[in-house]
Design a protein around this ligand. Structure first.
Ligand code: ADP
Length: 463
């Protein structure tokens, strides 16, 4: 149940309870006042009659006295008055033994009876006659008016309770929705956004209460989280850059090696021109060779520098097959030095990704594969699309991964390589990058037969 509704119900319950208690109390009070009234009337009338009737018995005899009682009965419209004889030792029909005894001792008795579906209040007043006989005056009055009061009080209370409850529910529901329902909905929405990773858009509540405090705390929490997230992202970016530089180091040896041959060619041709051995058309030919070799060297160095450069990630449409070709050029020298053959094959596979980051992933996978391969080995890079997902696969036939190492290879700093050879960061960084792109990395490997790493990414339609 909604909080505002619960509050409304609680307030209503309290209102109804207070009204009911109040009504019960009022009914009691009214009833008591009415009875006191009747009893007072009975007392004063019975006092007067007691004296007059006793006198009449003495002066005029029994008949006159009893007709006096009857006359009084006729006179009173609301009250019935009767004469009763009390036989000593015999309990009166209307009373119990102790009440009868009380009466014979000269005391009044009051009681309430039920007759013909109505309640009556009776007063018995004793008349001790001179001849020793005892009589009693019975004064009876209906309590119908008391029941009427009761009924009307209940009705009035019920009506006013319903009215107040209706007003109270409208007011509390309104207040509840405004001060509780609305801000809680805003807080819930904010919490949901925070849960989904969106820390923007602080909530502003136009009220000063605990909910506003909560909103302020939530905003402060988001700010702190944002700060921490930024710091984490920076640390991650630095780690990735460090890891990339580590790969550059590994590639540099190969690059230096690859630059050897063109440098030699350039040197020889330049020398030929310098010593004047290449003149005319020959000089032009030599210069063209120099230009071509310099272009090749620049391209190799540019690729390496490009890879090493730090830049902000920028996702764009990218073909994995093209990326594979480019990366193969980058690692070609390293593979050549290790005497490992690189084979690129497969179909175009388009994804939305950051080229630099994905190249870092692929370079790592290929460098690992080359390092795991034996001399004369083969590393295959495949690209393609399968069931809507684009994939990038690096297969080697090298040492493979032991079953106990397999669950740990993506852990940062997990390495089986010698100091200086591996940092244990390559796969951890690759895993982070692929996850950020909404993809995953699958590994299949057995010790001694090689390894197969597949990067799956959400594919884009070919346009
Ligand atoms: P590093 O290469 O610096 O050790 P990585 O995170 O790239 O760090 O790899 C972690 C470990 O995973 C490696 O030390 C190696 O034991 C294992 N590994 C990764 N790729 C392969 C592969 N193609 N063949 C065999 N083992 C591999």
């Amino acid at each position: 149940m909604k909080l505002a509704r619960k509050l409304t119900l609680a307030i209503l319950a309290v209102i109804v309870a207070v009204f009911a208690l109040n009504a019960a109390e009022r009914i009691q009070r009214d009833r008591r006042a009415l009875r006191d009234d009747i009893l007072r009337d009975h007392r004063s009338l019975s006092r007067a009659l007691q004296v007059v009737v006793r006198e009449s018995f003495r002066e005029d005899g029994e008949q006159r006295a009893l007709s006096l009682v009857e006359a009084a009965n006729q006179r009173e419209s609301l009250m019935q008055i009767r004469w009763l004889w009390v036989t000593p030792g015999k309990t009166l029909e209307q009373l119990n033994a102790s009440q009868t005894a009380h009466l014979t001792r000269g005391g009044d008795v009051n009681l309430v009876s039920q007759k013909l579906g109505m309640r009556w209040l009776h007063t018995y007043a004793p008349v001790l006659l001179d001849d020793g006989r005892i009589g009693a005056l019975e004064l009876s009055e209906s309590l119908a008016s008391e029941d009427e009061i009761l009924r009307s009080t209940v009705l009035r209370t019920a009506l006013s309770t319903v009215l107040i409850a209706a007003i109270a529910s409208v007011v509390t529901a309104g207040v509840g929705v405004w001060f509780v329902g609305r801000p809680v909905a805003a807080l819930t929405e904010k919490a949901r956004r925070v849960g989904a990773g969106d820390l923007s858009g602080p909530i502003v509540l136009q009220q000063r209460d605990e909910l506003a405090d909560l909103a302020r705390e939530m905003n402060a929490m988001c700010e702190r989280l944002e700060g921490e997230m930024r710091a984490r992202q920076q640390a991650l970016a630095q780690l990735r850059h460090a890891e990339r530089l580590n790969t550059v180091g590994r590639l540099a040896a190969g690059v230096a090696h690859e630059l050897g041959t063109p440098l030699q060619v350039v040197g020889l041709e330049a020398k030929r021109i310098a010593v004047g051995r290449a003149g005319g058309a020959h000089a032009v030919e030599s210069a063209q060779i120099v230009v071509a070799q310099v272009d090749r060297m620049s391209s190799i160095i540019r690729q390496l520098l490009d890879f090493a450069r730090k830049r902000t990630p920028y996702p764009a449409r990218l073909d994995l097959a093209e990326l594979a070709e480019r990366t193969a050029q980058l690692v070609a020298a390293l593979a050549a030095r290790a005497e490992v053959r690189l084979e690129i094959s497969g179909a175009p596979a388009h994804v939305n990704a950051d080229t630099g980051q994905l190249q870092q992933v692929l370079t790592n996978l290929i460098v690992n594969a080359v390092q795991a391969s034996t001399q004369g080995g083969l590393v295959q890079v495949e690209t393609g699309v399968h069931e809507g997902g684009a994939f990038l696969r690096v297969i080697d036939h090298g040492v493979g991964i032991a079953a106990e190492a397999l669950p740990r290879i993506f852990e940062p700093f997990f390495t089986t390589k010698d100091v200086g050879q591996g940092t244990g960061l390559g796969l951890a960084v690759a895993h982070g990058i692929v996850e950020e792109h909404g993809g995953r990395i699958e590994v299949q490997s057995e010790l001694g037969t090689g390894a197969r790493f597949t990067v799956w990414l959400p594919g884009l339609e070919v346009v």
